[in-house]
Design a protein around this ligand. Sequence first.
Ligand SMILES: [Fe+2]
Ligand SMILES: [Fe+2]
Length: 252
Amino acid sequence: MLASVMIIAHISDTHLDNGERALARTRRVMRYLRSCTVDAILVSGDLADHGEIHEYEQVKAELTADVPVLMLPGNHDGRSAYRKVLLDGGGDAPINQLHRVGGALFALCDSSIPGRDDGLLAAETLAWLRGVVATADAPVFVGLHHHPIALHNPLVDGIRLVNADELAAIIVDSPQVVAVLCGHAHAAAAGTFAGRPLLAAPGVVSATRLPWTTDEELTWTNTADLDDPPGVAFHVLDDNGTLTTHFRVAPA
Ligand SMILES: [Fe+2]
Ligand SMILES: [Fe+2]
């Protein structure tokens, strides 16, 4: 008999800016996901491009579905505007949120550093996460924007999570943590971190070119592959606790 499963659709980096490109690609992905049978959709940061109110109005209008759409902030987001539009609040404190969907918990951490592109889990975020995993009564997915390991792409590795060791120290002692889910690299990628799967969703707005796929020297001006179609990671958790991830391109 097949095990029952929970399916999380994971996308990232919509960079909505009220421009046509980000909007068209976001709509393409969301249209695809609404046609799929999933339990939740996770959007792992850089929801907006400049962290402005009008961009979050677009995020709120476009990232909708009949299942929970879970979000977290990235380096292109702005906490104040994010809170105002998406959370009916305000303030600049890290946006850390715990969600329960079906039989799993999603501990979504704010790894942004206001005004910077690299990432850091602040002391209050680490303390919050420690508390979440210590009391978890279900499998936990830890979500954050910045990748905590090198993905061997020098540009994005230069702006990854700075204090990955502090995150690893929490996870390594927490058997409830199933996987760490991130974005930021604009790359569908899989690795390991603190003994768990580390899974990066592809970027909706663009993909970063990999150094070994081109003879060009990659810089921030030429690293984005604007023709690569937007994609999705589907994380499948079965009731034996086994996690499988499938990567798919969203049909045009
Ligand atoms: Fe991004
Ligand atoms: Fe980012």
